[in-house]
Design a protein around this ligand. Structure first.
Ligand SMILES: NC(=O)c1ccc[n+]([C@@H]2O[C@H](COP(=O)([O-])OP(=O)(O)OC[C@H]3O[C@@H](n4cnc5c(N)ncnc54)[C@H](OP(=O)(O)O)[C@@H]3O)[C@@H](O)[C@H]2O)c1
Length: 267
């Protein structure tokens, strides 16, 4: 198993089980993305406000890989005209279609029904293969699906052993919605936790690898960001070991609803 391994979405299409985040990946974006794809990443996550779309486009043009081998995730902002925003982002990256486009966060009022209908139209017109949301609590996901007749394929949320919700995971599983785990390394802020270090030592792995392995074994899809080659290569080397139930439980017990943004929007 490696980073080209895929998980089935509710639409029947498939998505890689691990991807590269690109928020703040502004130092030599093109070279880093190129290096990461050459190292084995097949999914790249971006958004217009990350400023990485042009660099990602440059990298993808340099790489000799079939478009079908790559999975590109884009996002529309809550105040965007979503259909136009999809076209804007494709233009910035230089792609004919995105594999997955998400509503970046719920708008201040409502569940984002108008944005969602525009994304459905973009999907029907072939600009996007799959559509989903980000930062949505379970209830809001249901409201959106009830109002529009279509459940998102993916919800991208902050997710790590220090901040997650088994209730939300269960809710999403019942509806066949895949969780993409953002800030899976907690932006590096808790990598020195002693309890995490004990698990890492037992497996002869780094704390970052343990966090990513936990995410994979939860059935969620981590998208760690790494500027440094040593980091993005390390984050790929998580497919040749498995955490035992005992360590999965020990990691689950770290949950303190930690959020690098302040509060998890879904608990
Ligand atoms: N939908 C949303 O609202 C939302 C919000 C936040 C993030 N995201 C997405 O999720 C992605 C990941 O989240 P994130 O960027 O917030 O945080 P993250 O992936 O948890 O952490 C990134 C930080 O960890 C460091 N790092 C990476 N691999 C490491 C390793 N093996 N050992 C030690 N440190 C390591 C990176 O350093 P270097 O860069 O120096 O290598 C960087 O400082 C984002 O880039 C973005 O694509 C989405």
């Amino acid at each position: 198993m490696d980073a080209s391994e895929t998980i089935e979405l509710r639409t029947g299409r498939r998505m890689p089980v691990l991807g590269l985040g690109t928020w703040q990946l502004t130092r030599e974006t093109a070279a880093t993305v190129q290096g990461a794809v050459e190292a084995g990443y097949r999914m790249i996550d971006t958004a217009v406000d990350y400023g990485t779309q042009p660099g990602i486009g440059e990298a993808l043009r340099r790489i000799e890989l079939d478009r079908a081998e790559l999975f590109v995730v884009t996002k529309v902002e809550e105040d965007d005209q979503a259909y136009d925003a999809v076209q804007r982002d494709l233009g910035e990256i230089g792609l004919d279609y995105a594999d997955l486009t998400l509503i970046h966060r719920p708008p201040p009022s409502g569940a984002g029904e108008a944005l969602w209908r525009e994304l459905m139209r973009a999907r029907d017109d072939g600009l996007v293969r799959d559509i989903g949301v980000s930062n949505y609590p379970g209830k809001l996901l249901d409201t959106l699906a009830e109002a529009t007749g279509e459940m998102p394929a993916v919800n991208q949320i902050e997710w790590s052993p220090f901040g997650f919700s088994d209730a939300l995971l269960h809710h999403h599983r019942e509806r066949n919605v895949v969780i993409q785990a953002y800030s899976p390394l907690m932006r590096g802020r808790r990598l020195d936790d002693e309890r995490l270090a004990r698990v890492a030592e037992k497996y002869g792995r780094t704390p970052a690898q343990i966090l990513l392995r936990w995410s994979l074994q939860k059935g969620t899809v981590p998208i760690p960001k790494a500027n440094r080659r040593a980091h993005y290569e390390e984050n790929l080397a998580v497919f040749d070991f498995e955490l035992a139930d005992e360590e999965m439980s020990a990691l689950d017990a770290l949950n303190e609803h930690y959020s690098s943004l302040g509060t998890l929007p879904y608990v």
